[in-house]
Design a protein around this ligand. Sequence first.
Ligand SMILES: Nc1ncnc2c1ncn2[C@@H]1O[C@H](COP(=O)(O)OP(=O)(O)OP(=O)(O)O)[C@@H](O)[C@H]1O
Ligand SMILES: [Mg+2]
Length: 1119
Amino acid sequence: MRYRASALGSDGVRVTMESALTARDRVGVQDFVLLENFTSEAAFIENLRRRFRENLIYTYIGPVLVSVNPYRDLQIYSRQHMERYRGVSFYEVPPHLFAVADTAYRALRTERRDQAVMISGESGAGKTEATKRLLQFYAETCPAPERGGAVRDRLLQSNPVLEAFGNAKTLRNDNSSRFGKYMDVQFDFKGAPVGGHILSYLLEKSRVVHQNHGERNFHVFYQLLEGGEEETLRRLGLERNPQSYLYLVKGQCAKVSSINDKNDWKVVRKALTVIDFTEDEVEDLLSIVASVLHLGNIHFAADEESNAQVTTENQLKYLTRLLGVEGSMLREALTHRKIIAKGEELLSPLNLEQAAYARDALAKAVYSRTFTWLVTKINRSLASKDAESPSWRSTTVLGLLDIYGFEVFQNNSFEQFCINYCNEKLQQLFIELTLKSEQEEYEAEGIAVSASLRASPCAMELTSRRRSPQERCQGPMMMPSSPLAPQWEPVQYFNNKIICDLVEEKFKGIISILDEECLRPGEATDLTFLEKLEDTVKHHPHFLTHKLADQRTRKSLGRGEFRLLHYAGEVTYNVTGFLDKNNDLLFRNLKETMCSSENPIMSQCFDRSELSDKKRPETGVASAGVSSLSPAPTNLPFILAEQVATQFKMSLLQLVEILKSKEPAYVRCIKPNDAKQPGRFDEVLIRHQVKYLGLMENLRVRRAGFAYRRKYEAFLQRYKSLCPETWPIWAGRPQDGVAVLVRYLGYKPEEYKMGRTKIFIRFPKTLFATEDALEVRRQSLAICIQSWWRGTLGRRKAAKRKWAAQTIRRLIRGFILRHAPRCPENAFFLDHVRTSFLLNLRRQLPRNILDTSWPTPPPALREASELLRELCRKNMVWKYCRSISPEWKQQLQQKAVASEIFKGKKDNYPQSVPRLFISTRLGADEISPKVLQALGSEPIQYAVPVVKYDRKGYKPRSRQLLLTPNAVVIVEDAKVKQRIEYANLTGISVSSLSDSLFVLHVQREDNKQKGDVVLQSDHVIETLTKTALSADRVNSININQGSITFAGGPGRDGIIDFTTGSELLITKAKNGHLAVVSGAWQQQLPPAEGPGARAEPLAAKPSNLSSAGQSLGTSPWVL
Ligand SMILES: Nc1ncnc2c1ncn2[C@@H]1O[C@H](COP(=O)(O)OP(=O)(O)OP(=O)(O)O)[C@@H](O)[C@H]1O
Ligand SMILES: [Mg+2]
């Protein structure tokens, strides 16, 4: 290659390349595929170790994530970490679980294909932790659903509850999953999680009644005792001390330093609420948990006939209450068995051993069925509430598989057999899918040459007769044998199908043999099962027993044991209890008792239909269960239902189908040491896991073809700067661009292959060298970009300066010619001035109708400015008018009339302006009822106290003036003194001075009238305006200078003379006239509300008037 001269040695190349790929993660290779010595297990483990030492626990093998349990909190699952991995390409960031999570999520959204993340590894390797982190990632980073946002909390909170009931401390793991879990998370078309569903697999229920040394029962028992409130424990009849319960002390380690049961209980209690448990349901659930503990403490004693009798009455009492069953019925069920023979029920007493068996069977059944109920209940809570809506059809699911890991104990029983078989199945699926996908990729890309990737069995044998590695069967993956012509060679890998077949094959498999032994008539025991196994599968290379083993191996095998060589290593199983556990039966009368339970959960768990179900044997257990090596049930009816192992097998087959229907992603977990210690890298243990997880084979298969592959677009984007023809832009197809690029780079034909959408590079060193060249190129590109950018900045600055100078020049010229007609020289300036004015005006518009300010326009805009001002004013008026109330409108109308009559004509008018007109100044209580009676139905529109001056002597007399729709009425106390019909009111006279006298002129022909009336009102403007409006005499108010003449009586006129003086004086002058001197006091404002005034609040005084800081008194526009 042209640039190779600059490349370093292989180590140096690698380091440089890594730094280029991600500067953040420089330790080892972050994808094993890039390991130069990819066939060396030592190099593989060394890479793991280097990274582990630096707390880099994740490494890829292509798309598979290898994770090493750090046993410490590395702070790598924070929100920031989540953000960092969102939406970025898998290879652009250091390996992480979140990268797998995000890739699966994006595939789910963009391709709308269901996904499944399969997490495998042995017990304690970190599967459950990984599942929780994945779930957390989706809960926190996915958009919230439009409805039912609580589903995210529920998904998260289902974990602590299931862990409390389904996890326990084992020798391998302090929080070991004792059940398998497959969880589907449903996403709507917007990618929001809207629901979930959990499938659980075979709970290890034998743990309820027995634990190996150093192990515990399920967490929930200890949590309840440690964290439960005093009151709860009292109700349940429990003591806080776990040592008091026989079911909790078998493993002799009730207390574990790494577990905080008290805190965990709090978490569980809270979680139960989140996942929709009512208080009653929690109570019922706890009653069941407590009843299992009480069951464990039930003791029996033998009577004279060796029949078992319950001796612990207290426990029985609690059980009766907590389970809601009849005490006598339970007592009988624990000490007798019911047999139905020829349609007749017979009760047969149990001996001590049988009674203990019955008790333990009941405890296991109660607990395991409650666990199943719990999963169903959680599923109800997780079910999408939108399942009916049309968008439901467009949901996609992402499955998370966290199943119990492969495990080997000192004593391995039926449960370990099932767990390890399950791991075999998943390993097989892994092999099938990874190889298949590899094959599919080559085929899809059109570069598979001569062989297809079909899995074929490959042999591994037990130590006693294992073949040499060379004898191992070779898998079909092909490698290029010659650099020039890609001829393919087979890649060896171990296919564990042979072990799966050994376990599950029909008729010949271990499960079939076990079922057969459980069901056959005659004396079947665990040992006869072993014998049958020996007979049937004795030639199988993965099976061994004491009898079949050679001299040396025999020593390590007991007579009641068989050994399987699993893909993950040898496991010796003790057959004791196999038949019993596989049968999993409960005495009929115990079932009957539980079916009658009043505990709602129990009554759901034990359905009465079971009692009439003839498919399962009802009687056999008595003999089958007592001793694990005792005979299997005899006289069994025909059985159609599957035994436990078969049920498990079927559910696993279903699981495999579910997983196969989805796009898989893999997380392979490795446990670094058995001591659960941080920082300890136990090479032997890790090598073993690397081997059995098939990681080397996985790597070899991945590398068999090509070490590196990338979409043409991505490859071209990254490396296009290395070739002048593709830099900076390649206009053609990306594939052609890559062809030009690699030709330019000098790739040799054997180094790469062009697929349909991807380029495949065979050797890591080719890629490293390309990366090195890119690094060098980037330096020069950086310099080039830097200088180009500096030039750009300089040019921009110069252009700006030039523009500024030109603009200033044009403005000056325009300013000089601003008064000249528009011409090219001043057009810019004039436009600028106009624009500035309009922009300025926009900010300075008057805020309300009373605001008269307006910016001064330039000469050219004067006319436009006036038009705008008028528009603006009209707009404000329109807005104001729309906002006023009817009361305020009336007020304004009256004020407008007053203004029309008095403005500029009467001296005390200005003082009246700021005072609101009041609707009436006398209330109904101040007007005599007699007057009201005299007026009849005529309403009083306005009333005001006035002073009347006699026509002759001008004596002042206090009166009331009332306005009705028809007349002015003058009232003295309880008497109507004068009524002037509006038709007879010929005019009103008032002086131009600031006095408050006025004369009502009355028609002289009207004989009933005594003459004109001289009155004085403190609210003269208001009184006269209202009178004029009521009588429709707005135009008949005479404002006189000097004097007023009025009709004093028949044939006699009176005269009032007005003058201005220092103070008010109303007297009869010597000439017989009434002399009025307007006093200075009248210049002052009258009090706001006159005595007796009934001010109806003018409720709807427009707020914008007051808010504008104006009062009526300064409203020039109104008055
Ligand atoms: N990524 C991690 N970071 C920190 N600690 C971890 C991590 N993964 C696992 N652990 C620690 O290891 C313990 C065991 O992990 P976990 O329970 O996930 O194992 P498992 O593979 O599910 O085992 P089993 O098959 O027994 O259920 C955890 O309780 C935790 O303390
Ligand atoms: Mg687990």
